[in-house]
Design a protein around this ligand. Structure first.
Ligand code: UD1
Ligand code: CA
Length: 456
């Protein structure tokens, strides 16, 4: 039987106290709904349907690149049963339907696979256990332990409220059966809603077996209703990422102080100090060391390179045995070969820097090609922007750029050139010569310091 997945995401999320629809709030850099869709895809469903309502256009707009999602609008928010009913016309009648929530981000694919397998015989629900099941729906079983129904907390009597097993909301059933049960669900309950959970009692009445599956831990099935719950799940996610890195042999100064918001791949003997943030795709080669308080986004770093404290690397490729920082900034298109040194308050953008070159202090290198063994002095600026267009600066091998030089692009500093400190270079320099472009220094031997006027 093929699998169709319905994700419920029409809720407003009032308790988030935000303009942003709840399912678009980010956890580890990706929206809650993005996490759910990513996990859903791991089950390779024939169809993925997302039910939207509140701020539905904004939710849909966040996924415009994903054309494989069927969006269904629930105009009136009449309950979870009603939400599933809106999606059913788009479901293959012969398929099995898995219902997920858009605000439960840490759900694991393996748990869902177990649930789908358990639904072979009829209806399967994912349940968990807590000492106090709070506002969750209670799983009511008979004396033989068979599931009888789900009672919502608000409709439960004292005895039912004491039940510790609760409904995560996730269930799996054959589409045709689900449609038939839902057509019998009414709104006669405390919230005046069509409860999806009412299908359990209807299945039982028909003699359809109801099986239960449990998650490996409660956090995997917890939903986000407030910023507090969001922060708690973010912490769980953060810990999971840190654990995975430790298991892979990465040294973390403090596993509680690292944020991986994407994919971080590490070779052997990588060391990461505290408070570093890794976003999107980051690859670190063997023996790479990252100092404290660094941010790396879409970066690959080859073996032996050291990134010192407070550096920000974004969209950069760094070769082996480089030394970056402290306080360095690599921007998109920065491409560094081996043994390059980029020091404090140096910014590199859309530039290739050849092996063994150095810019150790206070410089801007943008839209440039820098050769090998070049020394870029403190305060050097490539003036790449004329107010309208960007131009390239080429610095060939073995050049020495004195401190505080301004290189006005387009310009070429030919192989082996020396540029005198404080020069403004707007014409190409000849190879192997010293070029100085600044006012000549003069001294006035007859000069006297000004004297104070004496009064009358
Ligand atoms: C629901 C379950 C409850 C379970 C709990 C787990 C029902 C009746 N109750 O309760 O047993 O313990 O989830 O979190 O199903 N939604 C829509 N349209 C609607 C209503 C809800 O899309 O008309 C979506 C929400 O956006 C959310 C999910 O369905 O993603 C659950 O809705 P919510 O209101 O949080 O359900 P609960 O009352 O908490
Ligand atoms: Ca909820």
């Amino acid at each position: 039987m093929s699998l169709n997945i319905i994700v419920l995401a029409a809720g407003e999320g009032k308790r988030m106290q935000s303009r942003l629809p709840k399912v678009l709030h980010p956890l580890a850099g990706r929206s809650l709904l993005h996490h759910v869709i990513h996990t859903a895809r791991e089950l390779q469903p024939q169809q993925l349907i997302v039910v939207i309502g509140h701020a539905g256009e904004a939710v849909r707009a966040a996924f415009t690149a994903d054309t494989a999602i069927t969006w269904v609008e629930q105009t009136e928010r009449l309950g979870t049963g009603h939400a599933v009913q809106q999606a059913l016309p788009y479901v293959d009648a012969h398929a099995r339907v898995l219902v997920l929530y858009g605000d439960v981000p840490l759900m694991r694919a393996e748990t869902l696979r177990a649930l789908v397998a358990a639904s072979d015989t009829g209806l399967a629900i994912l349940t968990a256990r807590s000492e106090d099941a709070g506002n969750y729906g209670r799983i009511v079983r008979n004396q033989q332990g068979a599931v009888q129904r789900i009672t919502e907390a608000r409709d439960a009597n004292a005895e039912e409220r004491a039940i510790q097993e609760w409904n995560t909301g996730v269930l799996c059933a054959p589409a045709a059966r689900l449609a038939q049960w839902l057509s019998h669900v009414t709104r006669y309950n405390a919230q005046g809603e069509y409860y999806l959970t009412d299908v359990i009692a209807l299945a039982v009445a028909e003699g359809v077996p109801v099986s239960t599956v449990h998650p490996t831990r409660v956090a995997d099935v917890e939903g986000v209703n407030s910023k507090r719950e969001l922060a708690m799940l973010e912490a769980v996610y953060r810990r999971d990422q840190a654990e995975a890195l430790l298991a892979a042999g990465v040294t973390l100064a403090d596993p509680a102080r690292i944020d991986v918001r994407g994919q971080l791949q590490c070779a052997r003997d990588v060391e990461i100090d505290v408070n570093c943030v890794f976003e999107e795709q980051v690859t670190l080669g063997e023996g790479v060391r990252i100092g404290p308080n660094c941010v790396l986004r879409n970066v690959s770093i080859a073996a032996g390179t050291q990134v010192l404290a407070y550096s920000m690397l974004d969209g950069a490729q760094v070769g082996a045995n480089c030394r970056i920082g402290p306080y360095a900034r690599l921007r998109p298109g920065a491409q560094l070969d081996a043994d390059v040194h980029i020091g404090n308050f140096v910014e590199v953008k859309a530039s290739h820097i050849g092996a063994g070159s150095k810019a150790n202090h206070l410089a801007y290198v943008g839209d440039s090609s820098v050769g090998q063994r070049v020394n870029i002095g403190a305060g050097t600026i490539t003036c790449n922007y004329d107010g309208v267009n960007k131009h390239r600066t080429i610095i060939e091998d073995d050049c020495f750029i004195g401190s505080d030089a301004t290189l006005v692009a387009p310009v070429t500093i030919s192989r082996g050139s020396y540029v005198g400190a404080g020069s403004t270079i707007s014409k190409d320099t000849p190879s192997g010569q010293l070029t100085v472009a600044r006012a000549k220094q003069i001294s006035l031997p007859s000069w006297k310091p000004p004297a104070k006027k004496t009064k009358g």
